[in-house]
Every structure is written in structure tokens, then in C-alpha cells.
Ligand binder design. Structure first.
Ligand SMILES: [Fe+2]
Ligand SMILES: [Fe+2]
Length: 374
């Protein structure tokens, strides 16, 4: 068992530049330095993590964290005792990483916890996926209390979006049948109203790409439905909203999921995503040009200072203008590791100043829709 000779300052980042969040998403609680190091290697740069020695926490309050990962040598009786105490007081989800296999220790662990465990050496990508799905489990479980239309839409979309992102990242076509079926459920949810509830249900989801795409898709669909848009035009806005950032599947994950702000080189790489989106969507014969344009040009600005093509004024059609508004709004109200979330009103106040970039008539309509009806 690793004994610490010095108690670290727990609010001071030690190794990882991403550990500055006061409320870490993940607490890595260790007595195995080896397992802790492996977890840090797999997760640093993807999640906010904080490393804490087991012996300090087993007897007292556990840190506030959505997920606690115990890195423990279950062959050590003293460690097993501390783990049992820690499990009893731990709130939130748990995972275990064990440096070595020990049947007795695992059997004892099983008496106290049903959480998944991993052995060293860690397969890092598999471990990141398990971490993400463990973090998302309570968020998705909470959807059960939503109205049936929203619940069905979210449950359908989380599966089809992940499938879509994975398939396209691996060079396969978009699973259009699954995605269009999810879009139908999203329109049915939008017909019931309640954009605020939609945003709240997604707010704590830990898959940023899914959360953002669903914010944008929801904002577009609920708003368009309230404006009286129906039929093929509404279908296109929903599908275009869900797929507007599909090109991000070609952005390296260490950039896409980086908890901190992007540096200039990373930002240049990120700005290629509308080009990738255009390429991916142009390969789909069944998609109309409006949907491709929403994905390709939602970062264009009316004054011509946007990207990728520097379009301006009338070159930017209404569907692109709506997507740009939904995209900016979604980014502003979203919380990231480097910024807190913002109220709808504060976000809309900022958007009201973006006269050179956004269509102000549509911003005003979106504002009254969002604040009046949500
Ligand atoms: Fe984008
Ligand atoms: Fe976006």
C-alpha cells in the first residue's frame, strides 16, 4: 500500500494542467500509484480529473465528483477495508482500476459494489469509453421522468447519434434510416413545446458532441415548429441541426474533447470541421443542398468575416442563418470546463450585439420565442 509522506494541497493541480476545476468531473482515489498513473494517462486531456489519496478519504467525506475511480490494490487487506468504507460514503458513480488480479479482493469488492473494474494494463480508448458511459448513466436514467415524447426522442437520438459519429469517423456512410427516425421523434417532442426542459435534460450529459448537436437540433426544431414551419422544410431543419457538426468526427479527440481552451494550432484544426461536414454530407445522395449548406456554412457571418468560405449577406440563406443563431445560442448556454453556463437571457443579450454576424430579425424572433415560451 502506498503511504504518502506529505499531504498534498488538494485544490492545487499537481501533474495535470486540466485539474483546475474545483468540482472535478472525476475523482481518482488511489493507493496504487501505478493504477493512478495509468488512469491519468488515459483520461487527462479528456476529462477534468483530480487525484486524491484513498487513506485521506475513506474515513471522512468523499470529494464531490460525478464519478469516483478507485485505483486500489485489492490484495491488501487494509486497502480492502478502506475501500469498503469509501464505497459506503461515496455518492455518484464508481469504477475500479486494479493493478493486479486478486480473486479474494475482487470477491470482497463484489459484496460491496457492482461497479465495473479494469485491470492493468489499461486499453486507454476502451477505458475512456467506459468512463464516459458510466458518467452518462445517471443523466440518461433521469430522462425517465420526462414526458414520453421527449424521453423517446432523447433515448433514440443518443443511440443513433453515437452510431452515426462512430460510423462516419470510420469512413462508413451516415446511418440515415436511424438518424431520420430519431429526427421524427425530435419533431414530435418539439410539437409538445418546452425547449427549456429539453436543454435541462441534456445539460449534464458528458458527451459534448452529442450534447451540443442536440442543443442545436432542439433549438432549431422547437423554434421552427413554433414559427409554423412544417413538412419537408421542418424535416430539413431537424436533420440539418443534428448533423450540422458531423465533420467534427474527423477532428482529433484530444482537440474535440479538450477541457481547456484551444490554442491557435488546435483552433486552426477545429475550423476545418465545416469543410469535413460538407465532404461527408455531399457523399449522401439523399440529402438536399439546404442540409449540406447548414453544416458547411453555419460559421459564416453576414459581414463576410466567418469561415470556411467568407460568405456574406445574401449568400447566406435563411436556413444557414437559423443554424448560426442556434449554434451561437447553444455554445453560450453550454458549460465547458473553461467557462460556466450562461442564462438564456444573458446569451440572448450577447447575441443582440452581434449585428455584423447574425440576422437580427431572426435573433429578435428567437429571443421572444425562447424567453416567452421556452
Ligand atoms: Fe460548427
Ligand atoms: Fe455547432
Amino acid at each position: 500500500m502506498v503511504r504518502l509522506t506529505q499531504v498534498p494541497n488538494l485544490l492545487t493541480p499537481v501533474d495535470c494542467p486540466t485539474m483546475q476545476a474545483q468540482n472535478a468531473d472525476i475523482a481518482v482515489i488511489y493507493d496504487s500509484a501505478l493504477a493512478c498513473k495509468a488512469v491519468g494517462s488515459a483520461l487527462s486531456g479528456y476529462f477534468n480529473i483530480r487525484e486524491l489519496p484513498l487513506e485521506l478519504y475513506a474515513g471522512g467525506g468523499m470529494p464531490e465528483a460525478a464519478l469516483s475511480i478507485f485505483c486500489a490494490n485489492m490484495g491488501d487487506k487494509e486497502t480492502v477495508g478502506l475501500i469498503k468504507k469509501a464505497i459506503d460514503i461515496c455518492e455518484g458513480e464508481t469504477l475500479f482500476v486494479l493493478p493486479t488480479h486478486n480473486s479474494d479482493g475482487i470477491a470482497q469488492l463484489r459484496q460491496h459494489s457492482k461497479a465495473d473494474y479494469f485491470l492493468l494494463p489499461l486499453e486507454e480508448e476502451e477505458f475512456r469509453e467506459a468512463t464516459k458511459s458510466t458518467l452518462n448513466r445517471p443523466v440518461e436514467k433521469a430522462w425517465s421522468i420526462l414526458d414520453p415524447a421527449k424521453r423517446k426522442a432523447l433515448k433514440s437520438a443518443v443511440v443513433s447519434f453515437e452510431k452515426c459519429f462512430d460510423q462516419v469517423a470510420n469512413g462508413a456512410p451516415i446511418p440515415l434510416e436511424d438518424i431520420t427516425s430519431s429526427c421524427q421523434h425530435i419533431r414530435e417532442a418539439a410539437a409538445m413545446g418546452g425547449l427549456d426542459d429539453w436543454i435541462d435534460a441534456l445539460d449534464d450529459h458528458h458527451d459534448y458532441s452529442f450534447r451540443h448537436s442536440m442543443f442545436v437540433c432542439g433549438s432549431l426544431t422547437y423554434f421552427a415548429h413554433a414559427m409554423g414551419i412544417r413538412g419537408a422544410e421542418l424535416d430539413g431543419l431537424t436533420l440539418g441541426g443534428l448533423l450540422h457538426d458531423i465533420g467534427k468526427c474527423r477532428i482529433p479527440l484530444e482537440i474535440l474533447d479538450k477541457p481547456g481552451k484551444l490554442d491557435a494550432r488546435e483552433w486552426d484544426a477545429m475550423k476545418l470541421h465545416p469543410v469535413y461536414s460538407r465532404d461527408i454530407l455531399c457523399d449522401e445522395n439523399d440529402l438536399n443542398a439546404d442540409i449540406v449548406a447548414m453544416a458547411a456554412y453555419h460559421h459564416e457571418k453576414l459581414d463576410g468575416t466567418g469561415y470556411p468560405d467568407g460568405l456574406s449577406g445574401a449568400q447566406i440563406n435563411d436556413h444557414i442563418r437559423l443554424t448560426a443563431i442556434a449554434d451561437v445560442y447553444s455554445a453560450l448556454i453550454d458549460k465547458r470546463a473553461y467557462k460556466g453556463s450562461m442564462s438564456s437571457e444573458a446569451a440572448l443579450d450577447i447575441m443582440a450585439t452581434m449585428k455584423d454576424e447574425l440576422d437580427m430579425d431572426l435573433v429578435r424572433e428567437f429571443r421572444s420565442f425562447t424567453l416567452d415560451k421556452g
